[in-house]
Each structure stands twice: as structure tokens, then as C-alpha cells.
Design a protein around this ligand. Structure first.
Ligand code: SF4
Ligand code: SF4
Length: 369
């Protein structure tokens, strides 16, 4: 893509250089990422430049810049096109390249073999969607392979069973949703992933998908083009099961919980209420809020390929943990595998293991039903 195409696609000449995007960007200072300047360089200079690795790959695709822009531009979408140019020129960190290669070869970015994709469900009574289930539970790569996040998948199964949800999985046939491929700017691979996944969904006549990962949810809902199925994040389905009286929360949990909004659920898809409604329904729970919550929420730094590239400097997840401890929360609840892993890691690096724990909403729910 050349400069003229970028100018047209991203309406760069409409930018008034107000700086709201860079001013609101959570990694701007840490990574020296000045998205306003990047856009100006192309609009005025007429040349698309690939920027230093630590700047270009620092964007987490949190969408804050898009939300703040008074001209309704999408600065980070522009950045993803600059990433695409970098990918085409082979200017990409080895760790990111390995993740992309693994998605192509094994259907997941974690370098794991396909044959182990459904190991998390061993011992559980989980059907394959080919048995004609009403809902496909799309597990996602991290919840399928990461031992910590597998606990979320198992908790969700418990919630589904308790509520009598008729669901199935794709097992070893499931492949990456492509969200992070898109975020890394590998457009060719993203198109391939979409095509393969759509073939599989059509093969099993899938009409309804539930994901436990906001990145998969966003990808299917907003990046796959025309889709012939309904897609929900697990917090949406669980909130409606509670509303309908199908999921009864009978046990008390006397804890102070703070909810961290995952960017791909909140800022990208405006889902703020359902996760809070679930937590508020648990007897004994006191729900508190971060100063920066909902659309002002601070990103955990897990999106946009950032799980596979480390950018030096204080991690935003560490700030999140300190803020939660200050708010006297005992549990940080979230609803995204990347948030769970980055924030849990930050609890350890900030030395707060004794004070606070990090849990997915499904794990909290499964303890109270
Ligand atoms: S917020 Fe929008 S208008 Fe302002 S500098 Fe950024 S892209 Fe331009
Ligand atoms: S998406 Fe988030 S991290 Fe990326 S440029 Fe925009 S505000 Fe910064």
C-alpha cells in the first residue's frame, strides 16, 4: 500500500493534528509511539515509513485513539497498514514471525500441536458440534493450550452444564480465530484463516458461536465480513442465563472485586454492563471500580500481537495491579485470556501475591453455583 492509498483509506487529510490520539495512547510515552506524527508524515511527506521495531510493534490495538479522535478517524487501523508494509518487507521480530508461522502450520500461535488442542476437556463430558448442538463453544488458542487459562474453559463448561446449555466444541478441528494475525498486519494469512474457519462453520451448519476470548468474539463479529451465525462473548450469554433464572448463584462469596474491562470487550465492542451485572448478582460480592474504567480503562498490553513481543518499560498491567490494591480489592476479575495472563504476571512482578488474585468471571461464577 503506498502513501496515496493510505491517505485515502484512512482519510489522513481530515486529521486536524489535535494530538488527542497520541495524548490518550497508553504506550505513547513508554514506547515513544507518536501516532499523530506517523499520520502527518504520510499525509504531508507523501511517504509511508516503517518505524523502529519498539515503536511500531508497541501498539496494543486497544482502540483508545479511535475513541478519542474528534474526526472519527482510526489511527491504529492506519498503524496496522504500516505493520503490513513491515511484514511484507520482512521487518518483523522473530518471536512475532514464529507465532504467525505456528498459526499457519498448527492453527495456534503457541507452537503447540493440533492433536493436543482438546486435552483441556479430558474427563469432561463435552460433545463435538457434529452431534448437532445448538451452540458452538469456540474455545480459542490460549484457553485451549495455556494451563492457567484452561481453568477458564473448564469453569465455563461447568456453568453451561449447570444452566443446561446445549453446546459442543470443534475439538482438534478448531483453529486460531485470526484476531492477532490481523493485529500483526499479516493480511494474507488472515484471509486464509477466515476462509478455512468459514468452511468449517458451514460444514457443521453453525448458527451460534460463544467465545471465551474477546479477541475471537471481535474477530468473528467485526473482521470476518458477512457471517451467517450469531456470535456472543461468554459474559453476554452468562448474564442472560442469570437474568432468565437458568443459572442460580446460590453460594456466597464475601470478597471485594474490581473489574478490569478488556479492550476488545469494552472499547472495541461497548460491552461494559454484562460482566458487571454477573458480578453484582453474586451474593456477598462487593464490586468496586478502577478510577480508569469502562471507556477510560487502561489496556493490559496483551493485544495486537503484544503477547509475542516485549517492549521495555513499566508494564501497564503493573499499574493496573497497583491501582486495584489501592482500591482494596481482593480479586481482579476480567473476561479475557490475555488480560488474565498479563495481570496475573504483574501481580507476581509487583509482589502483591498475598494481597490480590486475578480470576476470569467464569471462574468466580463456577465457585458460586
Ligand atoms: S485525534 Fe484524530 S484528528 Fe486528532 S491528531 Fe489524532 S487522528 Fe488527527
Ligand atoms: S490502539 Fe491503543 S496502543 Fe495503539 S496507537 Fe491507539 S491508543 Fe495507542
Amino acid at each position: 500500500m503506498n502513501a496515496q492509498e493510505l491517505i485515502q483509506k484512512h482519510k489522513l487529510l481530515e486529521c486536524i493534528q489535535c494530538g488527542m490520539c497520541t495524548g490518550s495512547c497508553p504506550v505513547a510515552r513508554k514506547a515513544n509511539l507518536n501516532i499523530r506524527r506517523y499520520m502527518r508524515e504520510v499525509a504531508i511527506g507523501g511517504k509511508a515509513t516503517v518505524h523502529p521495531e519498539n515503536e511500531l510493534w508497541s501498539c496494543t490495538t486497544c482502540a483508545t485513539c479511535e475513541l478519542r479522535c474528534p474526526k472519527e478517524l482510526s489511527p491504529y487501523s492506519f498503524l496496522l497498514d504500516i505493520r503490513s508494509i513491515a511484514v511484507e518487507e520482512g521487518k518483523i521480530a522473530t518471536t512475532l514471525r514464529d507465532a504467525l508461522e505456528s498459526i499457519f502450520k498448527n492453527g495456534n500461535p503457541w507452537g503447540r500441536i493440533r492433536g493436543k488442542r482438546s486435552e483441556w476437556a479430558e474427563g469432561l463430558n463435552v460433545k463435538h458440534v457434529s452431534q448437532g448442538t445448538e451452540i458452538l463453544y469456540f474455545v480459542g488458542c490460549t484457553a485451549a493450550y495455556d494451563p492457567r487459562v484452561q481453568e477458564v474453559s473448564r469453569s465455563l463448561v461447568k456453568c453451561f452444564e449447570t444452566a443446561g446449555v446445549d453446546f459442543g466444541i470443534l475439538g482438534e478441528e478448531e483453529s486460531c480465530c485470526g484476531s492477532e494475525v490481523y493485529g500483526m498486519g499479516e493480511k494474507g494469512l488472515f484471509e486464509y484463516v477466515v476462509e478455512e474457519n468459514m468452511k468449517l462453520f458451514n460444514k457443521y451448519n453453525i448458527k451460534r458461536i460463544v467465545t471465551s476470548c474477546p479477541h475471537g468474539f471481535h474477530s468473528f463479529k467485526n473482521r470476518y465480513g458477512e457471517i451467517n451465525f450469531e456470535v456472543q462473548h461468554h459474559t453476554q450469554l452468562l448474564a442472560s442465563l442469570i437474568d432468565d433464572g437458568k443459572l442460580k448463584l446460590s453460594k456466597e462469596l464475601n470478597k471485594t472485586i474490581i473489574y478490569h474491562d478488556p479492550c476488545y470487550l469494552g472499547k472495541q465492542n461497548n460491552i461494559y454492563d454484562e460482566p458487571r451485572r454477573i458480578l453484582e448478582n453474586i451474593p456477598g460480592v462487593k464490586l468496586v471500580e478502577f478510577d480508569r474504567s469502562r471507556e477510560r480503562s487502561l489496556c493490559c498490553e496483551g493485544g495486537g500481537g503484544r503477547m509475542w513481543i516485549d517492549i521495555p518499560g513499566e508494564r501497564l498491567a503493573e499499574i493496573r495491579v497497583k491501582d486495584a490494591v489501592e482500591a482494596e480489592a481482593e480479586i481482579i476479575a476480567t473476561a479475557c485470556p490475555f488480560c488474565l495472563l498479563t495481570i496475573e504476571d504483574a501481580v507476581k512482578t509487583t509482589g502483591h501475591e498475598e494481597k490480590i488474585q486475578v480470576m476470569d468471571i467464569t471462574e468466580i461464577l463456577s465457585q458460586t453455583i
